[in-house]
Design a protein around this ligand. Sequence first.
Ligand code: PRX
Length: 697
Amino acid sequence: SEARLKILLSHLNTGNTSFSGLSFGVPCRQASAPQQERNDYVIIPRNPMFTPRITSREQYSRMYMDSIQDPSTFWGRLAQDFYWRKGWNTSQPLCKYNFDVQRGPIFVEWFRGGYTNICYNALDRHVLAGKGEQPALLWEGNDAGQDMRLTYQDLLSYTCQISNFLLARNVAKGDRVCIYMPMIPELPCAMLACARIGAIHSVVFAGFSAEALAGRILDCHPKVVITCSAFKRGNKLIDLKTIVDASLQLCLDRENFSIDTCLVYHNHRASLREDTSWKGGRDLWWQDVIPGMAKEAPLEWMEAEDPLFMLYTSGSTGKPKGVVHTVGGYMVFSAVTFKYVFDHQPGDIFWCTADCGWITGHTYVTYGPLLNCATCVIYEGIPVWPDAGRYWQIVDKFKVTTFHTAPTAIRTLEASGDKFVKKHSRKSLRLLGSVGEPINSKAWWWYHDIVGEKRCPIVDTWWQTETGATMISPLPWGWPLKPGSATLPFFGVQLAVVDQNGNEKHGACEGFLCIKGPWPGIARTLYLNHDRYEQSYFKTFSGYYTTGDGCKRDNDGYYWITGRIDDVINVSGHRISTGEVESVLNAQDTCAESAVVAIPHEVKGQGIYAFAVLVQGATPSEELKRSYLLSVRKEIGAFAAPEVIHWTPGLPKTRSGKVMRRILRKIACGEENDLGDLSSLADSAVVDDILKSKPSQ
Ligand code: PRX
């Protein structure tokens, strides 16, 4: 409506409207100031070698308004960059949706009637355009000296071989394939191979335990599991195949579910074939079967709304959610965000350090860059092996221009000292990115001053597994940055800040971050659980997609994400639900009940603080603590292990038995003097008991 449009415009143009590029007179401190005030702007001088795609806030605002007022024209035009076997229906709007549970089931559709294939668009299209010899992936192994270079033609041939293998094992459109691999080129190739034949890939991060993998396998019943014998991360050897075997055994024991084919890449850098645990008949060595496959493979033309992949993420209850993305909308949104957010230019060398086991690795390691015919770096190892200069050594080796990582990695490297950075030139860098969690001002300035030498904009990109790709981010050189703010919404993204009653707030304000209209990359459902999808995202505030994050909007219309407001904890950028950890603790024989909250952590952003009540007769001990921690590692993964286990005689509960986490959070964070209103507690004496039992940290 017109009124809504006016409000939108006022958001876009609040504050100083002279944001028109680089020569405007906005209040701007020198970018080198060590601690910037929250509202100061940082302007990065433009590199004369490049004309950025977006050069002013006005240009952005015009495009943004187009994207909201006439999404069919806006996205239809961008979608024409891709090959569609059959065009979408033009007799109806490009997007149909319902975000209001009162009006019926929630649904979102984009490009209905259109047929395409994302693998074709990511690979074949470029090869057919004569770019076959361009490097697509530059792979760097855990140990220096191990590397590999694959051109677009190599990638296409390799992907086709995997597709042919899957077809030979009767994998067909709609079948699920579980991929559990380290960061080797075979991982994105396996994803693309599934996409080529219309199989739905479910990538599981190789840091997850056998138990966690089994849960994900049992939820989606894949036809094939693709894995790797073993791999090294830093100086640790991870025997992946043993974990897979344990996991498949669990599937068999629990639900009598078995798979016919487990394809195992033999990683000779980390293991010997003869040492790898093996089940004849089911297990096949990649190297025995893939090279013999034809290097051309048929394609499955997919309807735009056919599922492309599923990816499990943590929600506020214990069971992970299988987020489903579909072909057309995800393809367009991942590619367009990549192009604009990273200001992709020919010749760029792009490196996103995320693992393909997370959404960032799907969108900005695999699909987004390849759809744009970019050259990208993939790294198998960790930032601090063999020393904290490894990232910068790789940047110099491959002349990386665009570097995208997570705040937790930035803080880890910052703590190791500047000398590791300065040892390497980094002069190829022109753009830096941050993703996955709020970036604190200190880390932002270090990234900006030391890593980027004050010449690289930082794109702080806010989004989620469910949003498919970036939703809020600066567009480089488009408008001034503010450290810690993801700034403005991407094209087509209609943000709303709402209060607890679901009323939208206007102007500068603080509240729950919601989204009030569909964008092409929104997840369409949770695998076989549409009710939970509606419940999780659309029932909290009627008519809105609820993100689960809190945020502030300032006078310039910039957004500041303040963190999760639900029971999700973000540890080193990994989403973990309190319920997941609690259910592992509660399953211990000695545990009567538990409650888990987040505490600030200098490097990880957030850490896990667990309160555990023991059963009668059990006594707290270091050994018990170790066994609790081990269980969390085993059931979920090492990254979910609590920092603190606080043995407490009881938990603070309301009269209806609900645990008052607010009080626990305060106690865990050392804010005992500010516990707030305790009147709804069933038994207020419990607070003293908890305080008395607090371990010294
Ligand atoms: O809380 C937000 C935080 O990460 C959550 C989404 O996690 P996940 O689905 O695993 O996706 C992570 C990678 C996109 C969000 O709800 N988050 C992500 N990016 C940012 C962030 N918080 C603040 N600033 C960000 N840039």
